[in-house]
Structures are given as structure tokens and as C-alpha cells.
Design a protein around this ligand. Structure first.
Ligand SMILES: *Cc1c(COP(=O)(O)O)cnc(C)c1O
Length: 353
């Protein structure tokens, strides 16, 4: 089969998603899903969906969903772009705004999809090491020549966030460069730039229904920015798939985003548990940067990262571990329900003896 691959497909190293093993039941803390079900309003929208209308294509630009998002985020509908998940938005950002003529810049330790997409599109990527406290080094990034940036805020897999004021200062310092703020975990941090996205010519905020809205299974995301940037995304969308968001997805997500109270309540529960689990892991001797996300980056304890991952898996707990030199000392642990977190902590204590 390999000889049929085109040059582009043959030359890339694809992103590797977290494992989804089916050999037994696991306490699944490895892909940053929300442990709570989606909003009852979203469930109701799905149950009430008029399935007999599925003979028709959905709205090409998801107008009703865009309006619901615009209302919730405090922007105008023309400042919203809907997609089949944030990963798709990020892919389309590369297609729309980057090419071989200038590099893209991101942190050395960040969401690994950025590097995959850059390679796929033949865009040169320049990476900037994290600074003290596992923080993204905005000063160094500002001084790195490039066409633009991808910044996960809070960052993955460290969980460390950038406060709104510091991010805005950065935006103002690089007015001629495009800044893509990937706010996949922002609802667990509360320093979003979403409501001001359209006020900056150089900012695109990328968000998802997968994490704080508990809708990873339905695949939906959106971007917020000036109408010029949104128009750029629509250009490339219409070279790829005119109807990325299906009608069922649009109805469910519109109901989910209108129920901000439910999202806030579940996010508060997750954040409370995150801080409790972090305190316990610190007591056990792990290094754990303060997290603004729904996961913890824990390592350098009495046990190596790979060994902790393997022993947890034997005991029915899945966490994420990477073998690269920068990450191998750590595991990324998604925050679960209180019961799941208790089981995690009890298991770690047993492993440590
Ligand atoms: C989970 C995640 C995404 C992907 O979101 P989807 O909408 O599920 O594709 C994007 N960026 C970061 C940093 C993430 O962790």
C-alpha cells in the first residue's frame, strides 16, 4: 500500500491520540474529557431533533449555531466560524493564513497538533522553550521573526495559563502578526479573550465543545475574530467541505452553549477537584505546575513517568504519558469525578508503597 501514498502523506508523522483500549473498564483520565454528561438542554435537543429532516443538507455556515455562539460570547455572528471540532479549525487556520514564505511560531512544549499541521502544509515552524514555572515565554516569542503564533491558553500538556492582561499586552506588541489563541481549556481558567476577539485585527480565538461543554463525542468547535479573519476561514472551508457541521450537531451545540449556567457549574466542580488532586500530588512529592485546565501535569516524583503510567494502567487507571525527553518524566492526568480522583490517589499511594 505504501507505494500509493502521495509525497505529502508519505512524509508526515501524524498526531497520536490518547489510547481508547477496550480490554477492560478503566478510570479514564487520559484524553481530557469532561467527566460529567453534557447539559440536560443539549440532551433534550438531541432527543427532540426532527430526524425526518435529515434528507436536507445543514446550513453551510451554521447560521443558527453561530447566532447562539455569538449571543453567549458577546460578539456578532459575522465574527464566528463553526467547524467540526477545534482540530479542524486549527487545520483550516494553517490552510488560510500560513504558507512556505514565513515561519509559524509556537512553544517548544505545547499541543503537538501545531507541529503536525505545520509539517503537513510545509510551513516552517520555530519553537520557543518554556521559561521558569513551565510558562510560555511571550517575550522570547515576540522577538522571534514569524508570520504568526499558535498559543494554547491554558497550555497543553502543562495546564499553565496566561492571564488576559499579559496576553493583550503581547497582542499589542505584535500588531502585524496573527495570533491564534487556542482556548480549548479556557473555561477552567477564566481569562478568555473571546469577547474582545473582534476588536483585534490580529487575534483569532479558537474554542471547542469537547472539554467544558462535555461534548467530545459530537465534534464541534468555533473560532472568533474579525470578519476578515472569519472570511479567510470560510474561503478554505469551502475548498474542503461546504457543510462541516451537521444539523444534529448544530442543534445540540446551540442548546449547550445557551446553558452557560450548567457549563459553569460543572467547570467549577472540575476546578475544585483539580486543586484538591494537585495538593495531594504535591504532598506525595510530585512536581505539578499550577493548572488552569481540567488536567494536571505531574512528574519528577519518587517514580519515573513511564513507570507511573504503566503501574496505573495495570491497576485500571489510564493517564497520558509521552516518551520524548522533554515529557518522559511526567504524566498528564485528566481530572475526573471525586470518586475517580479518589481511586487515582489511592492507587498512586499504593504504587509508591
Ligand atoms: C482537545 C484540544 C483541542 C481539540 O479540540 P476538538 O474540538 O476536540 O478537536 C484543541 N486544542 C487543544 C489544546 C486541545 O487540548
Amino acid at each position: 500500500m505504501k507505494h500509493f501514498l502521495g509525497e505529502r502523506a508519505a512524509g508526515i508523522a501524524p498526531y497520536v491520540a490518547g489510547e481508547q483500549p477496550a480490554d477492560r473498564r478503566y478510570v479514564k483520565l487520559n484524553t481530557n474529557e469532561n467527566p460529567y454528561p453534557p447539559s440536560p438542554e443539549a440532551v433534550k435537543a438531541l432527543r427532540g431533533f426532527a430526524a425526518e429532516t435529515l434528507n436536507r443538507y445543514p446550513q453551510p455556515c451554521s447560521d443558527r449555531l453561530r447566532e447562539a455562539i455569538a449571543r453567549a460570547e458577546g460578539v456578532a455572528p459575522e465574527n464566528v466560524f463553526c467547524s467540526n471540532g477545534s482540530d479542524e479549525t486549527l487545520f483550516l487556520c494553517f490552510a488560510a493564513f500560513f504558507d512556505r514564505t514565513a515561519p509559524v511560531c509556537f512553544a517548544e512544549l505545547t499541543y503537538s497538533f501545531y507541529a503536525v499541521y505545520a509539517a503537513f502544509f510545509g510551513v516552517e515552524s520555530v519553537t520557543v522553550p518554556l521559561c521558569e514555572g513551565y510558562r510560555i515565554d511571550l517575550d522570547a516569542m515576540r522577538n522571534t521573526p514569524c508570520k504568526g503564533y499558535f498559543i494554547a491558553n491554558p497550555n497543553a500538556p502543562t495546564g499553565v495559563g496566561i492571564p488576559r492582561a499579559a496576553f493583550e499586552q503581547f497582542l499589542k506588541a505584535v500588531p502585524d502578526r496573527l495570533v491564534i489563541a487556542d482556548e480549548a481549556y479556557m473555561d477552567f481558567y477564566g481569562e478568555s479573550l473571546a469577547s474582545v476577539a473582534a476588536k483585534y485585527d490580529n487575534l483569532l480565538v479558537v474554542k471547542t465543545f469537547s472539554k467544558s461543554y462535555s461534548l467530545a463525542g459530537i465534534r464541534c468547535g468555533y473560532a472568533l475574530g474579525s470578519s476578515a479573519l472569519i472570511e479567510g476561514l470560510n474561503r478554505v472551508k469551502d475548498c474542503m467541505n461546504s457543510y462541516p457541521v451537521d444539523s444534529v450537531c448544530a442543534a445540540v451545540c446551540a442548546a449547550a452553549i445557551a446553558d452557560g449556567a450548567y457549563r459553569e457549574k460543572t467547570a467549577r466542580q472540575v476546578c475544585g477537584e483539580r486543586d484538591r488532586v494537585r495538593a495531594e500530588l504535591l504532598k506525595l512529592g510530585f512536581t505539578v505546575p499550577e493548572s488552569g485546565a481540567n488536567f494536571l501535569f505531574a512528574g519528577k516524583g519518587k517514580i519515573a513517568g513511564g513507570a507511573l503510567y504503566a503501574r496505573l494502567k495495570e491497576n485500571g487507571v489510564l493517564v497520558r504519558h509521552w516518551d520524548t525527553p522533554a515529557l518522559c518524566d511526567f504524566c498528564r492526568i485528566t481530572v475526573g469525578t471525586p470518586t475517580e480522583n479518589d481511586f487515582l490517589l489511592k492507587t498512586i499511594k499504593t504504587i509508591l508503597g
